[in-house]
Design a binder for this molecule. Structure first.
Ligand code: MTE
Length: 390
């Protein structure tokens, strides 16, 4: 493919004259030939763009870090464009010394750097009743993994002095949705961060500039963006986002109260519907992602025949606590159709369930916390579609 005049032994046009100089592109962007690597939304999914979601193009990415411009976005009231000079973080309620901090003041506290995935509880939610969306960008793309820099929430709570009856935090955003959630003090004191950088640079506005809450391993909804207020109280608030939304409706009509943690899950990112096999039979690379909100990934297995036989995948790159982990399975494809699956086990011993196993416990009326095994049907011509096996 391409222009034969640009291929060896010819000398292509771009080698014959000087290219652009330095700083002509003061903020770098990917090559124009990579213009398909973008976030995408599904128009029919939501009534408005302001309360909606875009998806990370997982099928185009490698390694474990999501580039800032490709992190999926989920907001309930649009993107708040905040001038940090006018933004304050307030910590009040059951504390000895209420705090009101500017971004500059926050930056004077000792810093921590942590790599974590963040998954929306609704990731794969559209797949509860069967295979629906054709692409891992859409079935699994409500996830990103970046390195956060910020201040441990524990440091700030110690500074404010939580009173002995302070057991819960109300965390609230400064966007038009004023999104708020209750967070138990144990988690707040354990590993939560108030982050102001992602992958080394300031948070992007869509990810909560100038500061967001990082709640490692727990559902994305708790990771309040544009964070402006933390109120310490003695019991949970039961806000809209933790009652009518982001809870799991069970077959008996009862809803689980607070499902915070994201159980272990994995997906093959390539081949997948948006990343078909184009080279025909022969040496083939299966690339995928695995993660667990309860610790590190221990192992991943891959099946080529819809779960009858499993083969160990190779983990490559860092295997970090509550972070995406990259796996590979390389094999010699004989060109026959495949039913590709991946299955993760995390360090607690938990094994990712099949969709049938998940539905046995959770029924079919759920949206959130779908961590069932995904199946891709690879056809002889290399095209891939989203299917389910019984
Ligand atoms: N915080 C505020 N203030 N407003 C929001 O709408 N959406 C939540 C959470 N924090 C939201 C928010 C939800 S549901 C998710 S999944 C994550 O942010 C999405 O974060 P992201 O846009 O960085 O992917």
């Amino acid at each position: 493919a391409g222009n034969p005049a640009n291929q060896p032994p010819n000398v292509p046009e771009w080698s014959k004259s000087l290219g652009e100089g330095v700083a002509v592109r003061p903020y770098g962007k990917p090559s124009k030939f990579e213009k398909e690597v973008i976030r995408r939304d599904v128009e029919w999914l939501t009534a408005s763009r302001e309360s909606s979601v875009s998806f990370t193009p997982l099928h185009e990415l490698e390694g474990i870090i999501t580039p800032n411009g490709l992190c999926f976005e989920r907001h309930h009231g649009g993107i708040a464009e905040i001038d940090p000079a006018d933004h304050r973080l307030m910590i009040h309620g059951l504390v000895e010394r209420p705090l009101i901090l500017t971004l500059d003041e926050l930056k004077r506290y000792p810093r921590v750097n942590r790599i974590h995935f963040m998954e929306c509880a609704a990731n794969s939610g559209m797949e509860w009743r069967g295979a629906q969306l054709n692409g891992c960008q859409f079935t699994h793309g409500m996830i990103h993994c970046v390195q956060y820099t910020g201040v441990s929430l524990r440091t700030l709570l110690e500074e404010a002095g939580v009173k002995t009856n302070g057991k819960w935090l109300l965390v609230e955003g400064a966007d038009a949705a004023a999104m708020d959630r209750s967070l138990p003090i144990e988690k707040a004191l354990d590993d939560c961060i108030i982050a102001y950088k992602m992958n080394g640079e300031a948070l992007y506005p869509e990810q909560g500039y100038p500061m967001r809450l990082v709640v490692p391993g727990w559902q994305g909804n708790l990771w309040v963006k544009w964070l402006r207020r933390i109120k310490v109280g003695d019991q949970p608030w039961h806000t809209r986002e933790e009652t009518s939304k982001y809870t799991d409706l069970l077959p008996n009509g009862k809803a689980r109260r607070f499902t915070w943690s994201m159980d272990a899950k994995s997906v093959i990112t390539s081949p997948s519907p948006q990343a078909p096999i184009k080279h025909g039979k022969g040496f083939t690379i299966v690339s995928g992602l695995a993660w667990s909100g309860n610790g590190k990934v221990k192992r991943v297995d891959v099946s080529l025949d819809g779960g009858r036989n499993w083969w160990p995948a190779r983990l490559d790159g860092p295997v970090l606590d509550k972070a995406l982990t990259r796996f590979y399975y390389e094999f010699d494809w004989n060109g026959e159709p495949l039913l590709l699956q991946s299955r993760v086990q995390d360090e607690t011993g938990y094994v990712q369930p099949s969709k049938a196993e998940l539905r046995k416990i959770r029924g079919v009326n759920s949206i959130y916390h779908n961590n069932g095994i995904q199946t891709w049907h690879v056809q002889a011509n290399g095209e891939v579609e989203n299917v389910e096996v019984a």
